[in-house]
Design a protein around this ligand. Structure first.
Ligand SMILES: NC(=O)c1ccc[n+]([C@@H]2O[C@H](COP(=O)([O-])OP(=O)(O)OC[C@H]3O[C@@H](n4cnc5c(N)ncnc54)[C@H](OP(=O)(O)O)[C@@H]3O)[C@@H](O)[C@H]2O)c1
Length: 200
């Protein structure tokens, strides 16, 4: 198993690209803030009044999801897993294709085919092994939480570089980043949730 650290990654592949954070909740807010603080261009796509307002209050350009998806080079879907498939079909799918990078922080929608991206788009996962509040706190104190990266589709040949760049901008490479597959992350997360439920 390879663990990626600071010197294994550069944010350069994402410099000058537009990153759309779709959903400004537990993960969306800390990811948007950390990416911006690392010098990347971030916009926010949201349909809910509450999170839309929070993003604007934090100084982001916020807009409807379809508009953010259209403008972005990298689309990071950070909506609740149960609604991702519907929102993708209605708002995002038409803006995903050649030259675009589709990203997530949990593989559920891709593994269970709620989202079926076109073959000419890169598809990656960059996921923290931590809740959003912790990842922001760790980033602000100059460190980071551990993370996972995975590549599902790589038509550009640069998908892993994009995933590592994102992970570095989030501070994850300071703690260590493990490469896995979408299936490994999804099934291990689901079985961990089941163990937690059984223990309650
Ligand atoms: N939570 C974690 O710590 C964690 C850790 C690792 C990975 N992940 C993954 O990260 C992704 C996002 O999870 P999350 O916990 O950040 O989600 P979340 O906080 O529950 O929701 C994210 C955003 O979705 C919006 N939203 C909720 N219902 C909606 C609807 N029906 N239509 C449109 N927007 C809606 C919320 O808006 P409002 O704020 O206005 O309600 C919020 O901005 C998931 O794939 C999850 O598995 C989460």
């Amino acid at each position: 198993m390879k663990i990626f650290h600071e010197n294994d990654a550069s944010t350069e592949p994402l410099k000058g690209k537009t990153i759309a954070i779709i959903g400004y909740g537990n993960q969306g807010r800390p990811q948007a803030l950390c990416l911006r603080d690392s010098g990347l261009n971030v916009i926010v796509g949201s349909i809910k009044d509450a999170s839309f307002g929070k993003a604007v209050a934090d100084g982001f350009e916020a807009m409807p999801i379809a508009e953010a998806a259209e403008r972005a080079d990298l689309i990071q879907i950070l909506l609740p897993d149960e609604i991702q498939g519907d929102v993708y079909a209605k708002e995002i799918a038409k803006h995903v294709g050649k030259g675009k990078i589709l990203c997530c922080s949990h593989g559920f929608s891709i593994v269970f085919k709620r989202i079926v991206p076109p073959k000419d788009a890169d598809v990656i996962m960059v996921a923290p092994k931590s809740p959003g509040s912790e990842e922001r706190k760790e980033y602000e104190r100059g460190f980071g939480v551990p993370g996972l990266i995975a590549v599902y589709q790589n038509p550009s040949g640069k998908a892993k570089q994009y995933a590592l760049a994102y992970a570095k901008a989030m501070g994850y490479t300071r703690a260590g980043v493990i490469e896995c597959t979408f299936q490994q992350e999804t099934y291990s997360d689901l079985s961990a949730s089941r163990r937690c439920c059984a223990a309650e």
